[in-house]
Design a binder for this molecule. Structure first.
Ligand SMILES: Cc1cc2nc3c(=O)[nH]c(=O)nc-3n(C[C@H](O)[C@H](O)[C@H](O)COP(=O)(O)OP(=O)(O)OC[C@H]3O[C@@H](n4cnc5c(N)ncnc54)[C@H](O)[C@@H]3O)c2cc1C
Ligand code: SF4
Length: 338
């Protein structure tokens, strides 16, 4: 049993004060990731600061025509929120593709962004892992790496970010609002998560003394032509091998605007402006989609057990874009199961 202190934050300023005062402290929201990591002895916070009662549970319209989602809005409430379901169905679809109904009821918006990798060596204290223990080595590079990254890897770490929700947020160009001792700041979603480089212990650009307060969606929701496609070993309750968020705006058969993000292939949701530029102004057909897929996967590199993900991702991108262009119903996970 490893002892830890438990405190409750009374407001956002108090949460920031408490976390800034104790470098060994961690926030706890839904607890669905952090408690597991503590039980496995991977995370050892000396203090848990409970933020679950802070007033960050609303979804509000912004003056710019978008939405501001409080960091403590549960994943299930967000997926079924009428404004999300109507205007940002790609986000609802991605959330409902993740975890289980019970977990989604507990999991928070901020916690989903900050969930940690599912690399099995990260969880296994008997093996070297640079993310868990910087400088110890990476067991996955020469080990069982079937679920690991094919893009943006480094010699220090080839882990993936496991979130589904974040792939849709990346495609939607969301922003992350955070608060720290120096006040608030806004981080573009594309800059929120980091590539591993030589600091794989740092998943995001959030400072240790900052709290996520909200996620902001811009007005553009791509509600007519979108797909979140999640490829996994079984149809529910499994992390993705590859996922694709594809969002299009069409004028007839011509693509006016396009977004394409991949999940579970890198340390962060993966986008490439060249792939999206290759879609804009082009006919929505297989040749265009294949060209975009090739551009998005241009730098992909497989390891011993995961090279299959490159072709899997290519086919998933083409399928997701084809579905998005056709405006077809989405995956099984869109069925309303609470
Ligand atoms: C069995 C299982 C299956 C799952 N399957 C999927 C899946 O298929 N797809 C998927 O996307 N996810 C999946 N998940 C992950 C799940 O979505 C996350 O565990 C959840 O979103 C985390 O949210 P939480 O509020 O419980 O976070 P917590 O566990 O409370 O916190 C996680 C981390 O975020 C930090 N944190 C939380 N809130 C804030 C904040 N506002 N500001 C700063 N830091 C914060 C905490 O300090 C901690 O480090 C699964 C989880 C489990 C257990
Ligand atoms: S891939 Fe990253 S998380 Fe996994 S063992 Fe290597 S360093 Fe650790």
């Amino acid at each position: 049993m490893i002892n830890f202190q438990y405190t409750r934050a009374s407001d956002v300023a108090d949460a920031v004060r408490q976390v800034a005062a104790d470098p060994t402290a961690k926030f706890i929201a839904g607890g669905t990731n952090l408690i597991d990591l503590m039980k496995e002895d991977v995370e050892r916070p000396a203090r848990l600061i409970d933020i679950s009662r802070l007033p960050l549970k609303t979804v509000e319209e912004t003056a710019e025509g978008g939405l501001r989602i409080g960091a403590l809005v549960p994943n299930s409430d967000l997926a079924y929120h009428p404004l999300i379901a109507q205007r940002y169905p790609i986000l609802a679809s991605a959330i409902l593709a993740g975890a289980s109904a019970q977990l989604r009821n507990m999991a928070s918006t901020g916690g989903n962004l900050l969930q940690r990798t599912r690399c099995s060596y990260f969880y296994d204290l008997a093996t070297p892992c640079n993310k868990r223990e910087p400088g110890s080595g990476c067991s996955a590079i020469t080990g069982l790496n079937r679920m690991h990254a094919i893009l943006g890897t480094s010699d220090a770490c080839i882990a993936t970010h496991p979130s589904d929700m974040c792939v849709a947020l990346a495609a939607l160009d969301a922003k992350v609002h955070v608060a720290g001792p120096a006040g608030g700041r806004v981080i573009a979603f594309s800059n929120f998560h980091r590539l591993p480089e030589n600091t794989p212990q740092r998943d995001t650009n959030l400072h240790p003394n900052e709290i996520v307060t909200a996620v902001e969606l811009p007005a553009r929701g791509f509600a007519a032509n979108y797909t979140y496609l999640k490829i996994r070993d079984r149809l529910s309750y499994a992390f993705a091998l590859v996922s694709v968020a594809a969002a299009l705006e069409l004028e007839g058969d011509t693509i006016k605007e396009a977004r394409l993000a991949l999940g579970s292939v890198a340390h962060k949701p993966w986008r490439d402006p060249s792939a999206e530029a290759a879609l804009r102004g082009e006919a929505a057909n297989q040749a265009t989609f294949t060209r975009a897929a090739d551009l998005l996967l241009h730098d992909a590199k497989g390891f011993k057990h995961n090279a299959f993900k490159i072709d899997l991702a290519r086919q998933a991108i083409v399928r997701a874009l084809t579905q998005a262009a056709a405006g077809t119903p989405q995956s099984q996970s869109d069925k309303k199961i609470r």
